[in-house]
Design a protein around this ligand. Structure first.
Ligand code: NAD
Length: 382
């Protein structure tokens, strides 16, 4: 069996799906590993390091694509790359099956089996494969570091002979995985932190990190979707959050916003009025930018200055910390691979709930019902 590791071709991508340190258990099963030259450079892994770990390094991307039985990736291969894959090959990565299912059509038609790391069920057995949490942890940290870089103020309170400097005030919206890491990072830097989330369960976690949880009376509606995620709220309930956000923005130096509802556009929570209420020099980092953004002024991928407020809308913050992002991602991938590659044999058993949940397509047909429906709709429209 041949496992290929590609140099990611998506613009701005620096991560790699597997590092030299991850190859031991694969090679021990008799799997041959071929790495595209330069695949790990940005993540601190040289071609030599892969060779020393027992892999082959090749500059022939087309050959890797056409021979690989197993292809762990970070991002979905392009249609041109997919066209070179062999029938029965298995591709695993952040394939964006709910956002862009049609971009996977070539591989599906070629009977390539596709597994999406976004769809791995969030059950305890699959926690070690939870790549979304791994990347959200990195993004939450980096968002605060970037905000601190832009902020024309210090984060910690300082008492000096020249006077006392008050701590920065940070407001985190959405206290999920990224939000909690943002709170922890801002606290470590000495900021005073407030946070808001629609899920009441988040309150205890926020307080345990030394931040203040801002409660909004949502009239007793259910805010929990499945699997610990938030439910999509009514406009009326969203409005109550928006009012709180505008009030809190007025005294915040930094806002880190992370609110998301899986498979839906990000809720628009931050009105123009909230940005206008912030002091010049303040910073807002919209981590929901890949899903459209939480702020109504966000342009995904674009940094703006509005009334002196810096609005960052990064699309791939994890890629800005490539060494550790790759390290965590690769461990998630390795755990996933252990479910389908045993003793050097490929065995895709869709009776396993983790595999069934993560499977986008198998033997030419979509497996995930949401993806199947999306593809049907696209075909009908097309
Ligand atoms: P996410 O990225 O989908 O959302 C981020 C946060 O935004 C969530 O906390 C959500 O409640 C919040 N949010 C959504 N709409 C909002 C609104 N209108 N206003 C304010 N906040 C809003 O979620 P995530 O961070 O990936 O995960 C959320 C939670 O899921 C975690 O905190 C955890 O409890 C649970 N989880 C469970 C597992 C597991 O069981 N293996 C793994 C990861 C996460």
């Amino acid at each position: 069996m041949l496992l290929g590791i590609l140099k990611e071709s998506t613009l701005g991508e620096t991560r790699v799906a597997l590092l030299p340190e991850n190859l031991k258990t694969l090679l021990a099963q008799g799997i041959t590993v071929t790495v595209e030259a330069g695949a790990g450079i940005a993540s601190g892994a040289s071609d030599l390091a892969y060779t020393e770990a027992g892999a082959m390094v090749s500059a022939d991307r087309a050959s890797i694509l056409s021979h690989a039985d197993l292809l762990p990736v970070v991002n979905a291969p392009s249609a041109a790359d997919q066209a070179m894959l062999k029938s029965g090959a298995v591709v695993i990565g952040f394939l964006r099956p709910l956002e862009a299912p049609e971009a996977l059509a070539t591989a599906i038609a070629l009977h390539v089996t596709l597994f999406s790391m976004e769809l791995v069920p969030r059950i305890s057995r699959a926690q070690t494969m939870d790549a979304l949490s791994s990347m959200a942890t990195i993004a939450g940290y980096k968002a605060v570091i970037d905000a601190a870089g832009y902020l024309p103020r210090l984060f910690p309170m300082l008492m000096t002979a020249a006077g006392t400097i008050p701590p920065a005030r940070v407001f985190v919206i959405g206290a999920g995985v990224a939000g909690l890491q943002a709170i922890a990072t801002a606290r470590r830097l000495g900021a005073v932190v407030e946070a808001y989330d629609v899920r009441a369960a988040a309150g205890e976690q926020v307080r345990s990190l030394g931040a203040k949880f801002l409660d909004v009376d949502l009239g007793g509606i259910s805010t929990e979707g499945g699997g610990g995620y938030a439910a999509e709220l009514t406009e009326e309930a969203l409005d109550r959050g928006r009012d709180l956000i505008t009030r809190t923005a007025a005294h915040s130096d930094v806002i880190i916003t992370t609110a998301q509802v899986p498979g839906r556009p990000a809720p628009r929570l931050i009105r123009r009025a909230a940005i206008e209420a912030m002091r010049p020099g303040s910073v807002l980092v919209d981590l929901a930018a890949p899903a459209g953004g939480n702020c109504e002024l966000t342009h995904p991928g674009v940094t703006q200055t509005l009334n002196g407020v810096t609005l960052l809308a990064p699309l791939n913050l994890a890629a800005e910390v490539p060494v550790h992002a790759s390290q965590l991602y690769a461990r998630n991938i390795l755990k996933f691979l252990a479910l389908i590659a045993k003793k050097g044999e490929l065995n895709v058993d869709l009776a396993d709930e983790v595999l069934a949940g993560a499977c986008v397509a198998h033997k030419g047909s979509p497996v995930n019902p949401r993806v199947a429906k999306l593809l049907e709709t696209k075909q009908a429209v097309g």
